[in-house]
Design a protein around this ligand. Sequence first.
Ligand code: GLA
Length: 360
Amino acid sequence: MKNTFAEKAHGRVNLIGEHTDYNGGWVLPTSIPQFTHVTITPRADKTVKISSSADPKKGDRREFSYQLGAEKHTDTWVDYVQGATKLLSEFSTARGESLQGFDAHIESNIPEGSGLSSSAALEISLLKALRSAFKLSINDVEIARLGQRIENEFVGARVGIMDQMACSLATAGEAIFLDTKALTFERIALDLEEMDMIVINSGISHRLSAGGGYNQRRAECEEACKMLGIKELRDINPVELKHKDLPQILMKRARHVVTENARVFDAVAAIRSGDLKRLGKLFVESHVSMRDDYEVSIPEIDTLVDLCIKDPQVYGARLTGGGFGGSIVAITKKGEGQRVAKAVIAEYNKKTGSTATLLA
Ligand code: GLA
């Protein structure tokens, strides 16, 4: 029997703290039941052969092979794998460790482009499987940082660290209250005896590719910092920002980030004290801020959120993840989640002609 090594990483849903991670801010993700699973069989040569059970997108392939050290950008899903072997080889060589070729098979039930970190789950499960297969000493936080570098340096998406930290470290039933600058975190227990959490995919997928709206938002935040004379938006609070002078668009972007940081702290306090009404209100405020100030929502997502919060058994709902499509997260009274989700999805499908699905 061949030696095989398997690892999995769950997708994540961010409860609150959106577009704060590349501004040195705070986030509060938790894991979802869906996950990516990678199996690795080491080879004696330098060949990497990968296969995926996912339906390939137009122009993509289900199988791909290349030589370690000859990774080249392809603008398809295999870049996550190529970026992983390139950066992990460099990282490990510096520690006197090394990779060999391997056969890898990937399976996932996290819908792509749903804002639930399908790409981070692929990076993290693959890096962890490579760690096991080649007895590497890299730890879980270093794996998360490497996952982010795959996106930034190989794929060309200037994402923050939230998704990779969540996919590497989060477990069900608790949220990770992460300081994305210090990379320190606390595990916050979610009282699932008192509430239901639902995640609905709008069926409109996004792609955080180079040059997209995501990178543009990031550039706007950097521009705002320059004009404010600060290093990161983490360094200013909502009251201080109010008294500053910025062009209107940059003021809106900065206002979202600084108020969202404050909402993360309030949300943690609300969870700790069991104040679900307050938590729900913060969800809605966060959504409005993403919709109006950060402008990363789309009409279909707004429809899902509006349908949810119309229901008296719902505490709150909001767009989760990077936006421009993707999913929403909502919290409801205990025992009401399934009913709410079913009703909201039926109404949404009828209204928009899209197909939403319940994921958690
Ligand atoms: C994407 C990115 C994260 C984060 C969110 C928005 O998921 O990968 O780093 O910026 O968008 O909060």
